[in-house]
Design a protein around this ligand. Sequence first.
Ligand code: ZN
Ligand code: MN
Length: 498
Amino acid sequence: MTAQTVQQGDLVTVIGLEVHVQLETDTKIFCGCSTEQSDEPNENVCPVCLGLPGALPVLNEAAVEAAVKIGKAIDAEIPEETRFHRKNYYYPDLPKNFQITQYDEPICADGDLEISVEGERRSVTIERAHLEEDPGSLQHVGGGGGIDSADYTLVDYNRAGTPLMEIVTAPDFRSPGEVRAFLAELEEVLEYLGVFDAERDGSLRIDANLSIIPEEEIESDDVTEIGPEALAAANRTEVKNISSHKGAEKALAYEETRQKNAIQRGRAVEQETRHWDESRGITVSMRSKEEEKDYRYFEEADLPPLRVSGWKDEISIPELPAARRERFEDEYGLSDEAASKLTSTKQVADFYENVAGEFDPDLAATWVADNLLGELNYRDMEITDIEGRLEEVTRLVELVSEGEITAKNARETVLRSMLDDGKAPDEIVEEEGLGKTGEDEVQQAVVEAVEENPDAVDDYESGDEGAINFLVGQVMQKTGGSADPGDVNQLLRAELES
Ligand code: ZN
Ligand code: MN
């Protein structure tokens, strides 16, 4: 890059991603060891995932199924046949000194995912997505505790062999915010497919390439189309150790500013790998980046080529969040915002459709999107935490819909007590005396109030309007506050005029 001073506005940020997604399978990708996360290190291991001599890998069908689902969701090409390779490098978390991965024949190629950026839909190209095995994990102990400052490091192979899907995008992002939107959408899609658990520690790990290109070097009028020459000319950094979509936005905003400052001061941006230090909020230089040729890829002879052509038709995927959002807007007349909230997870969307099927869709939207998700969020809970109690929530909506209790009581007393004390709605209504009092009972209370308060009746008859409020208060007291004050007012007037 030329060391000349350019204006901030003339610089275009270009970001591409490699996202490693842990696939949710019971066992590892090439052996029968459990993928369960364990506090006991080196518990879920065997000769295969420890890389002992002579041990042979056997491909896990469930991992391939998950990969095909992802391929269908991102509208990728799934070839007739796919193949595994060895990626050779030495690192203590990699017991075989090579990683079984895919190289020139990945299971998915040329897909895309739509994201919403400032209200506009935009497509992000996914160049490829391939299956591979996760390495083990390292624990840096003592000293500064960091990768470069610990006294010593422990190795845990529980994670080694967990199936991963590596999803590689084109350099299609122009801001850290777009990256965040993409990762959030991707997470939603993966959760809908049931192949991914966002709650699991380290289930999403992101490497991001970021470079800054002067606008005049872009060959196309369209700023989102950057010519390969301009890309090749720019030095880029690869930022590693990002583990969430919020973290990605922060790390890339830092890196964007760092590179722009360097360019504006006439300094060169080094081509290198940098480590995102989440606690310090900065990226630090790690090493110069290996090139592809350093890995000496060659075919994994212990795994035959895998024919996947038949799988594409046999494996089905559910309606995905974007399609469901659109349908919710059309079918139930929901706003963009409500539809987004109600499709945020498959469980929420399924529950909403259930409730909307029984009651008014608007009432259902208020109850699921605002009341239920609001109260859950406040308690740091997910809808999956009350999976077995959704019928109780439906019953609560029914009580409101039928006018048995007021919406206010339902929301502020019953729902909160359901979540905090684990009680059923009818039980709470009974205990708290929230049920709307029957008409006969209200009429009875009106008659009593009139009989017991002759002075107030006299005042009313001599034209004192304030006296009616006193009598309404008396009736409300007798009915425990469950009568409607407007109704009581009318009933009282009718009683006094008779
Ligand atoms: Zn194993
Ligand atoms: Mn990888």
